[in-house]
Write a protein that binds this ligand. Structure first.
Ligand code: HMG
Ligand code: MG
Length: 296
């Protein structure tokens, strides 16, 4: 039985832009987020309070968060890697904090410069402080379905990281297929195992579409009762510290598929696609989104 509605968490302004070499101006980012905020979407991950040397494209995080027009029906979230990041996030008065780490040692090291064991206490402090500041905290686990450096990642290791993040107090964990290697049978197996210990309501899927399998994997997620999916407008995205990681599943394609299946998202697809016009001429590549290709 498929869910009647799902929530889409738009990660384009964060995952989408973090990988772009060309700097997008703060003004354009703000304009895009403001337009996205009027499409019916309920959740936008707008930036990342990571080290500006590691992700120069999002160095203006505080400014972006301070300048956007807040729609009270939208939750504005951002990545936070440590207490320094949280300090900046609170300065911008972000609504919600997302902590993140990998299930595999090597990707974690390359991405956030720490071992898995060394990351737990840092994130625990972030969650504790964020919760006491009245912010909800979401968790990401990357490389759940495969690591660009280590290949397959033992499910027990994934479970260990998930357990730790839930113990810290995150309300939901977004399972990252960072390099788009998951296949539907694997998705079914992994979700079955994880839902046994928790519940489908505890998880979201964050699928990169590197091999064109994200929508197929989404179907398995829906069949397993997952009702929260991350996606990026245009199919932008990728992790600069994961070799070969390309875009997230395109929000337009996900929204289109769900609507065709009679599953509500609350998003107006046409105004959603119009919002991306703000980035025309800013991002000099063809968006991988099918829906945008049909329209143009
Ligand atoms: P580090 O160099 O180990 O940091 O970086 P540190 O704690 O040793 O501090 C060194 C200096 O950086 C200090 O300054 C800190 O204050 C400063 P100093 O005292 O030397 O003058 N610093 C900061 N400044 C601003 N903001 C901060 C911050 N933190 C420290 N937050 C760190 C560690 C985690 C900061 C770094 O490795 C980093 O920023 N990494 C982020 C990489 C990243 O953003 N990757 C992409 C996002 S993850 C992703 O895409 C996957 C996801 O989409 C899910 C999926 O697809 O699977 C979420
Ligand atoms: Mg990602």
């Amino acid at each position: 039985k498929l869910p009647r509605s799902v929530q889409i968490k738009e990660v384009g302004p964060r995952d989408g832009l973090q990988n772009e070499e060309k700097m997008i101006s703060t003004e354009k980012k703000v304009e895009w987020i403001n337009k996205l905020s009027k499409t019916g979407i309920e959740y936008i991950e707008v930036t990342s309070f990571v080290h500006p040397k590691w992700i120069p494209a999002l160095a203006d995080a505080v400014e972006v968060v301070q300048r956007i027009e807040r729609n009270p029906n939208v939750t504005y979230a951002a990545l936070v890697p440590n207490l320094k990041g949280l300090e900046r996030a609170l300065e911008g008065n972000i609504d919600e904090v997302s902590i993140f780490m990998s299930a595999s040692e090597t990707h974690n090291q390359k991405n956030i410069n720490k071992s898995l064991e060394g990351t737990f206490p840092i994130l625990k402090d972030v969650v504790t402080e964020a919760l006491s500041a009245g912010k909800k905290v979401r968790g990401y686990v990357s490389t759940v379905f495969g690591c660009p450096y280590e290949g397959s990642v033992p499910l027990d290791q994934v479970k260990k990281v998930i357990d730790k993040l839930f113990q810290m107090g995150v309300y939901e964990i977004s399972l990252g297929d960072t390099i788009g290697v998951a296949n539907p049978r694997q998705m079914d197996y992994v979700l079955t195992e994880l839902i046994e210990n928790y519940s489908s309501e505890n998880f979201a899927l964050h699928l990169h579409d590197t091999r064109g399998m994200a929508l197929a994997n989404t179907i398995i997620g829906l069949m397993k009762g997952i009702t929260v999916f991350d996606s990026a407008a245009g199919g932008l995205g990728g992790c600069p510290y994961a070799k070969g990681a390309t875009g997230n599943v395109a929000s337009e394609d996900l929204i289109h598929m769900l609507h065709e299946m009679g599953i509500e998202t609350n998003i107006n697809l046409s105004t959603f696609m119009d919002a991306l016009r703000v980035l025309e001429g800013e991002i000099e590549k063809n968006f991988p989104s099918h829906q945008l290709q049909i329209r143009s």
